[in-house]
Design a protein around this ligand. Structure first.
Ligand SMILES: [Zn+2]
Length: 205
């Protein structure tokens, strides 16, 4: 790939751990990319409403809005945009992860060289991907929260609101965006959130 093109590429990196965020940002900058950082999914959406990066690298487990939610919105809104998911858990086998990310790295299991090679590969494929059928008929995927509500983000205007949700997991739901009126189809899934919670060490109050 032409190096001058790489220099123009903008990468959005999302991680709730500030040390990891800055470390990854420094590594990716050293590859010659221009980097923006966000501390969770909502922060990332705020940036996405202003600028469209050439790639997103996101941690999958974050408070407020997880990488799963963020990347399902990104896939709907910007299906051509390459994405890399990074997580400490090995969750590939239980998730339709391929629908959300183009590549998955497990924390601590990859080198900067691996990351650079994958980024170059995905960015060079991006113009081809733009012509592949759009994935925007796919429903958004939203992990179920315990409190009986879900946060739904509009794939058109990228604004979020929480709505009550008492329905069975796996049923296709439909709602209207409070901001722009677009129809939002979404699926609520409790399986991954449960998996993450089960793995999280319990902290007693
Ligand atoms: Zn909207």
């Amino acid at each position: 790939m032409d190096v001058s093109r790489l220099f123009k590429c903008r990468v959005l990196i999302v991680d709730d751990d500030p040390v990891l965020l800055q470390t990854t940002a420094a590594i990716v900058r050293s590859f010659g990319f221009s980097v923006r950082t966000a501390e969770d999914g909502f922060d990332a959406l705020k940036i996405l409403r202003e600028i469209l990066p050439d790639m997103i690298i996101s941690d999958l487990r974050m408070p407020n809005m997880s990488g799963f939610e963020l990347l399902s919105i990104v896939r709907r809104r910007f299906p051509h945009l390459p994405t890399i998911g990074i997580s400490g858990e090995f969750i590939l086998a239980t998730m339709p992860l391929g629908l959300l990310v183009d590549h998955f790295f497990q924390k601590g299991e990859y080198t900067p060289t691996d990351l650079k090679a994958k980024m170059k590969e995905l960015i060079s494929e991006s113009p081809i991907r733009a012509h592949i059928g759009k994935a925007d008929k796919a429903p958004l995927w939203i992990p179920r929260k315990d409190a009986g509500y879900v946060v739904v983000t509009c794939p058109e205007c990228l604004r979020s609101c929480s709505i009550e949700d008492q329905t069975e997991t796996g049923d296709l739901q439909e709602t209207e965006c409070f901001a722009c009126g677009a129809t939002i189809n979404y699926l609520v899934d409790s399986s991954v959130l449960k998996l993450l919670n089960d793995k999280r060490p319990r902290v007693s109050a």
